[in-house]
Ligand binder design. Sequence first.
Ligand SMILES: NC(=O)c1ccc[n+]([C@@H]2O[C@H](COP(=O)([O-])OP(=O)(O)OC[C@H]3O[C@@H](n4cnc5c(N)ncnc54)[C@H](O)[C@@H]3O)[C@@H](O)[C@H]2O)c1
Ligand SMILES: O=C(O)[C@H]1O[C@H](OP(=O)(O)OP(=O)(O)OC[C@H]2O[C@@H](n3ccc(=O)[nH]c3=O)[C@H](O)[C@@H]2O)[C@H](O)[C@@H](O)[C@@H]1O
Length: 346
Amino acid sequence: MAKEASNGNHNSATKAPPTPSPLRFSKYFQANMRILVTGGAGFIGSHLVDRLMENEKNEVIVADNYFTGSKENLKKWIGHPRFELIRHDVTEPLLVEVDQIYHLACPASPIFYKYNPVKTIKTNVIGTLNMLGLAKRVGARILLTSTSEVYGDPLVHPQDESYWGNVNPIGVRSCYDEGKRVAETLMFDYHRQHGIEIRIARIFNTYGPRMNIDDGRVVSNFIAQAIRNEPLTVQAPGTQTRSFCYVSDMVDGLIRLMEGENTGPINIGNPGEFTMMELAETVKELINPEVEIIEVENTPDDPRQRKPDITKAKELLGWEPKIKLRDGLPLMEEDFRRRLEVPREN
Ligand SMILES: NC(=O)c1ccc[n+]([C@@H]2O[C@H](COP(=O)([O-])OP(=O)(O)OC[C@H]3O[C@@H](n4cnc5c(N)ncnc54)[C@H](O)[C@@H]3O)[C@@H](O)[C@H]2O)c1
Ligand SMILES: O=C(O)[C@H]1O[C@H](OP(=O)(O)OP(=O)(O)OC[C@H]2O[C@@H](n3ccc(=O)[nH]c3=O)[C@H](O)[C@@H]2O)[C@H](O)[C@@H](O)[C@@H]1O
């Protein structure tokens, strides 16, 4: 028992895992690992694909319905012999032969996940069920990108993985946070009942190049507003906190989790905590000192504070974030300026 707890496995499987494809270990096959990335045309997914494609032994298949993602994010890989892009909605079954599944498909920005909440919960529940069914059929290891939103409006601070959360089950965010909670339940039930090799990452707010410009999330909003010389819209009261992780650190954490021996759930995030007013002031200072900061109305059930306890990630994955917010924001600014076609003046 003590050993299981210390290696991060909350519950051990009751069945042996299904046998993986015999080609996984063949030294004559062109690629050792065939990896499916659902949601791979999105923000985090496309950065993950870049990293996976750097390894010549990997073959990568992306399945995405392009709801919030785009082919543009993957254009450098289209036509590559080790890469394949499929227009596919994960709420439908998918038949492919793979060794690993990174399951990211799900709209992540609150404005997108609230746009069609029924579809969001179907994506989380039916989509995850389909990917687990695929993992079971082919003996693949599967990683779910869960979220810090499973902690809801947390009453424990900072949040560690043992906290069960404070989530409204019938609110406007529930399609996403309850959806991810059910997805985690499904992962563990497939693990215990069918022996599937699972990995669960609880991701905390991540930012970086390739976020949708009008994505609605706070970092992309503030950077786009600062570049366009529009007021930075701090949602009331502005004292709510978030902890922001740069995307390259996130991808590194996800790959370590997939390759390691721990099921998770494991928090992956940057513990540097900022109020939204502090974030606005930092963006103003770094990107446009002339810009105005205004307070606007907030949305229901907005979590008041959020900061990951990453002890487990440090101990079990040897992972911790390297990029500080003040260093990451200018990298994102550069990408947004290029896409908005607003060069820096000087
Ligand atoms: N970015 C963050 O701060 C953050 C935080 C916590 C968790 N996550 C999780 O990480 C994952 C990726 O987030 P992101 O920020 O890259 O978001 P994103 O919106 O950029 O990417 C999501 C991708 O999934 C695709 N998708 C959505 N529904 C689909 C469906 N039914 N079938 C197939 N594809 C579908 C979208 O088209 C998009 O390419 C999501 O699962 C999200 O819940 C992200
Ligand atoms: O990391 C997570 O687990 C979750 O974080 C985010 O959800 P949220 O933290 O609400 O992200 P934002 O929409 O970026 O909002 C962050 C804070 O900024 C505030 N905000 C947002 C937008 C804006 O223009 N101004 C502003 O002050 C919001 O009120 C909120 O308090 C993501 O969008 C989810 O996909 C993800 O799962």
